[in-house]
Design a protein around this ligand. Structure first.
Ligand SMILES: C[S@@+](CC[C@H](N)C(=O)[O-])C[C@H]1O[C@@H](n2cnc3c(N)ncnc32)[C@H](O)[C@@H]1O
Length: 277
């Protein structure tokens, strides 16, 4: 079949933007290039993958799982049901951590990406700064399989450790970055998320605060004297996370940031760092 015929077929079943995204991804083209190839014949293997993806999406699967691909910070990450689909706001966390690391920490800084899932945070930081020493950890061995696929695809060096938070962590780091599960069981969650993404990547006890409290309670044992802790947080959790910081850490400076939607989404905790603009 031709590219334009597949687009027509797909548009009858799913949203037209998704049809184009699937074909562009499978043909390794961007949108503009796709429109220049409308009369090309599509190989039967690609046609088969296209129809399979359309079917999965029609039946409620997120497009990223149907394509086994998500673009995060300009990099292609493999994803499937073993990991959370990386979100746009997490790109903003990476942007800020990268900024602070470059500004306040030496080039060879050591970073622990706790609750790493697909590895999107730690691997992107390593891609941006090859001198960083990166450790990626998660409780889920299945998530870590995906993380290792991504590490290999991106040809990056990083240590991968299966660990219930700090249980198997034995080193000290300059920076701990984490996007832990933070949805309260009482929160409303989109059906497509609830039905597809791993629940252990989503939910946290104590009204969503479980992981922040556990991390803050023992992180000092795993940090150097000068450090940065960076969290992604739920948009209604800022005040309560700040309370936890006061409870467990002393002599720290804290910066909170909103995401592009104007929601409180990031917390950065610095110790022994002389903050300047
Ligand atoms: C919200 S997802 C974040 C994934 C990835 N860092 C991202 O930003 O897309 C949270 C991750 O925490 C992991 N996790 C859940 N409980 C954990 C625990 N006790 N210790 C370590 N990781 C845990 C889950 O397996 C999941 O991969």
């Amino acid at each position: 079949m031709l590219v334009k015929e597949l687009i027509d077929e797909g548009n009858k079943l799913i949203h037209k933007d998704q049809t184009k995204l699937i074909l562009a991804t499978l043909l390794n083209l961007n949108y503009l290039e796709l429109s220049l190839h409308l009369d090309d014949v599509v190989e039967s293997e690609i046609e088969h993958k296209f129809k399979e993806a359309i079917n999965l999406i029609k039946n409620g699967k997120p497009i990223q799982y149907a394509l086994n691909n998500v673009n995060f910070y300009g990099l292609d990450f493999y994803v499937d049901e073993r990991v959370l689909i990386p979100r746009f706001e997490t790109e903003e966390l990476v942007y800020n951590v990268n900024y602070y690391l470059n500004k306040y920490f030496k080039p060879h800084a050591s970073i622990l990406d706790l609750c790493t899932g697909s590895g999107c945070i730690g691997l992107t930081l390593k891609h941006l700064n090859h001198d960083l020493n990166i450790t990626l950890s998660d409780l889920s061995p299945y998530a870590l399989e995906v993380c290792d696929i991504n590490r290999k695809r991106l040809s990056l060096d990083a240590k991968i450790i299966e660990s219930d938070l700090f249980s198997n962590i034995t080193s000290q780091f300059d920076c701990i970055v984490s996007n832990p599960p933070y949805i309260s069981v009482l929160d409303e969650v989109d059906e497509v998320v609830k039905n597809n993404e791993p629940s252990m990547a989503l939910y946290a006890k104590d009204d969503g605060l479980e992981f922040y409290e556990k991390i803050l309670a023992s992180c000092s044992n795993y940090l150097n004297d000068k450090y940065l802790i960076a969290f992604e947080i739920g948009d209604k959790e800022k005040v309560r996370v700040l309370d936890l910081i006061n409870k467990y850490l002393s002599d720290v400076k804290v910066i909170t940031k909103c995401d592009m939607a104007g929601l409180d989404r990031m917390v950065f905790i610095f110790k022994n760092v002389n903050l300047s603009e």
